[in-house]
Ligand binder design. Structure first.
Ligand code: KG4
Ligand code: ZN
Length: 343
């Protein structure tokens, strides 16, 4: 089985070819950091235009690298949401056009399912069900992953996502864009115990997350002028790690038998986050699985792989499948009350 995957839901444009037996034949990616850097964040309209310009050439480059044509592909998987709607539409319409022209089926993939199943692309031994901490720029959730299309959301954020907190902290501290890697680099040079920062929701009964208060505390610490940016970055990162670990531990105590503790999404690229989760898994005598760094941040191989899992399970989509700005993985999950509930 050979699947072409397309990704364009945020600020990475990507195309990849992945086989049903987990071979990544090609994965092409074009970031847009330079275009967004002057604004300190992703500008949706600039992102959508950039996707239009580069997605076609990336598909051609991926096919050439894998030395295949569309005729060799079994299905075309495109991110259909959630994300910045202009970008999602570019990728989904491209996927539909390729499907129509080639007569191959379309698989409309939820971007979050791409992240959620990506650890199984890297690790053939990872079976269902597993507990997943999904931490990205737009999402911070704990999910019980039971199979393609089968998710139970145990927790979400009541305000900001973890990656968003990293990005805002980087902006506040003048560390540059994109924020996550910049904060991690600065944190390596600082003292994590220097700045007293809150651990929002730690110890609360439901395993939900909150990062807005932490961001405000970082802003106040900066304004105090007492601490070096490196110390604030290190203390912030330690606070985020404490929150993620406490909340994940609580969720672990609620789930039935699972095969592993898994982390995915852009923040899973953070060394401190990975190390702490590995320790938590050890405490619970669980396997710990984290995809390689290139598979943690947005890419099309994870979309192709989620497409492969869905296609193998007989899930294909009509050519009028909608692009969705919001698309929860677990449609039955309760709405969580809090400032700025987005899903
Ligand atoms: O999964 P992703 O590439 O895109 C979304 O779907 O959101 O995640 C991007 C997020 C950004 O907020 C970025 O700052 C964060 O992941 N990130 C990191 C690191 N690398 C990326 N956060 C902390 N430490 C990192 N090393
Ligand atoms: Zn993502």
């Amino acid at each position: 089985m050979l699947i072409l995957g397309l990704e364009s839901s945020c600020d990475e444009t990507a195309a990849a070819l992945v086989t049903g037996d987990r071979r990544v034949l090609a994965h092409k990616l074009a970031g847009q950091e330079a275009a967004h850097r002057p604004f300190g964040g992703v500008v949706p309209e600039i992102a959508a235009r950039a996707h239009v310009e580069v997605l076609g050439p990336l598909v051609e480059a991926a096919l050439a690298e894998a030395d295949v044509t569309l005729a060799d592909v079994d299905a075309i998987a495109a991110t259909a949401g959630p994300g910045l709607i202009g970008g999602v539409m570019v990728g989904l319409v491209t996927g539909k056009a390729l499907a129509l022209a080639s007569g191959k089926p379309l698989v409309a993939v939820n971007h979050l399912e791409g992240h959620a199943l990506s650890p199984r692309l890297a690790d053939p031994d990872l079976g269902f069900p597993y507990l997943l901490l999904l931490v990205s720029g737009g999402h911070c959730q704990i999910l019980l992953v039971e199979g393609p299309g089968a998710y139970r959301r145990l927790a979400t954020t009541i305000d900001d996502a973890a990656g968003e907190a990293f990005d805002k902290t980087a902006k506040l501290l003048g560390l540059g864009f994109p924020g996550g890697p910049a904060v991690e680099r600065a944190a390596a040079l600082g003292n994590a115990r220097a700045v007293p920062l809150p651990r929002p929701l730690v110890g609360s009964a439901e395993p939900h997350f909150s990062f807005a208060g932490l961001k405000s505390a970082v802003s106040r610490a900066r304004d105090a002028g007492t601490w070096a940016a490196e110390d604030i970055a290190a203390s912030f990162q330690a606070a985020v790690v404490d929150c993620l670990i406490d909340r994940t531990r609580r969720a672990l105590n609620r789930v039935p038998t699972i095969t592993a503790l898994v982390v995915a999404g852009g923040v899973a690229a953070n060394g401190a986050v990975r190390a702490a989760l590995e320790g938590l898994a050890r405490d619970h005598a669980l396997r710990f699985v984290a995809p390689p760094l290139w598979l943690c941040t947005d890419n099309a191989a994870m979309i192709a792989w989620a497409g492969a899992e869905r296609f193998a399970a007989g899930m294909v989509d009509p050519l009028d499948a909608p692009a969705r700005a919001r698309w929860p993985l677990d449609g039955d999950a309760e709405k969580v009350r809090g400032a700025g509930v987005k899903a």
